[in-house]
Ligand binder design. Structure first.
Ligand code: NAP
Length: 276
């Protein structure tokens, strides 16, 4: 496995973690086996949220991590956008740790919501750090302006990550969030790195050819491309052991520059990729 530093804190996280959105829809044993296999393979960064199956995903994560050394894991969960009032944040975090059976490493605001003053939400999160309920604060789906605002409301380095959609198809973060995160050393967690599985169902021809030339699968190339970028980690979700194993195999050798250029030039094909 390859590693990235979590912001400026003394924590190393794997470049490839485990997503868990809708994992509760799979048979429980299969989901737990997939997560455990991922952890064995070094995917010790696990992403969940109170909103995923309204707590059921967190419960599955709690069960899956039981045999492992807690210190080796980085558990990320999120407070939903309607629970951002001071008291609700505290209540949500406590409910999450009850379901997870352990503290939270990184607690994210799932989506920004202008109905709640950001300062109030962050005040509650800071107190959760002091109380030992969470270790670090992060955000998700924040624009660059919102990320800067959050950083201004805290000491500058207190936001350790912005989790945003980023894949070979969705490259919006490259416009501003990615360069800013790289410059400021904020971890960018790339969600839906496989475009929710769509990139595998109907891969662009060029991507298929490049994968075949490198002896890798399409999923592995899509993930390798993301993790080749400084400060970026990817959190593919897979509820099948074989998918987890394939995704873990994305770490390692980099895509050669000439093929990288071809891959990044998927613009035209990208426009034709199906959205669903
Ligand atoms: P994704 O990881 O891009 O794709 C997941 C889909 O790809 C699943 O259907 C999975 O199938 C399939 N898959 C994974 N690896 C595969 C492989 N090697 N071969 C074939 N199929 C494979 O999509 P995502 O779940 O939207 O995103 C990943 C994670 O990011 C989420 O689970 C969640 O933790 C996080 N996320 C966060 C936000 C946010 O707002 N912060 C939003 C969306 C997602 P199986 O399950 O059948 O294995």
């Amino acid at each position: 496995m390859e590693y990235e530093r979590l912001n400026n804190v003394e924590v190393n996280i794997p470049k490839i973690g485990l997503g868990t959105y809708q994992i509760e829809l799979s048979p429980r044993d299969e989901a737990i086996s997939a997560l455990r296999r991922g952890i064995e393979l070094g995917m010790t960064l696990i992403d969940t949220a109170e909103m995923y199956g309204w707590g059921r995903s967190e419960e599955i994560v709690g069960e899956a991590i039981k045999p492992f050394d807690r210190e080796e894991l980085t558990i990320v969960t999120k407070v939903w956008g309607t629970n951002l009032a001071y008291e609700s944040v505290k209540k949500s975090a406590k409910a999450s740790i009850a379901r997870l059976g352990t503290y939270i490493d990184v607690y994210l605001i799932h989506w920004p919501n202008p109905s709640y003053p950001l300062g109030e939400t962050l005040k509650a999160m800071k107190e959760l750090v002091s109380e030992g309920i969470i270790r670090y604060i992060g955000v998700s789906n924040f624009s660059l302006g919102q990320l800067k605002e959050a950083r201004n409301l805290l000491r500058n380095n207190d936001i350790v990550t912005n989790q945003v959609e980023y894949s070979l198809r969705v490259r919006d973060p490259e416009a501003d969030i990615l360069p800013y995160c790289q410059k400021e050393k904020i971890t960018l967690m790339a969600y839906s790195p496989l475009d929710r599985g769509r990139i595998l169902k109907r891969p662009p021809q060029k991507l298929k050819v490049i994968a075949a030339r490198l002896g890798k699968s399409v999923a592995q190339i899509a993930i390798n491309w993301l993790i080749s970028k400084p400060m970026v980690v990817a959190i593919p979700k897979a509820s099948k052991v074989e998918h987890v194993e394939e995704n873990a195999g994305a770490a390692g050798r980099r895509i050669p520059q000439d093929l990288m250029t071809e891959l990044e030039d998927l613009e035209e094909e990208r426009a034709r990729w199906p959205r669903s």
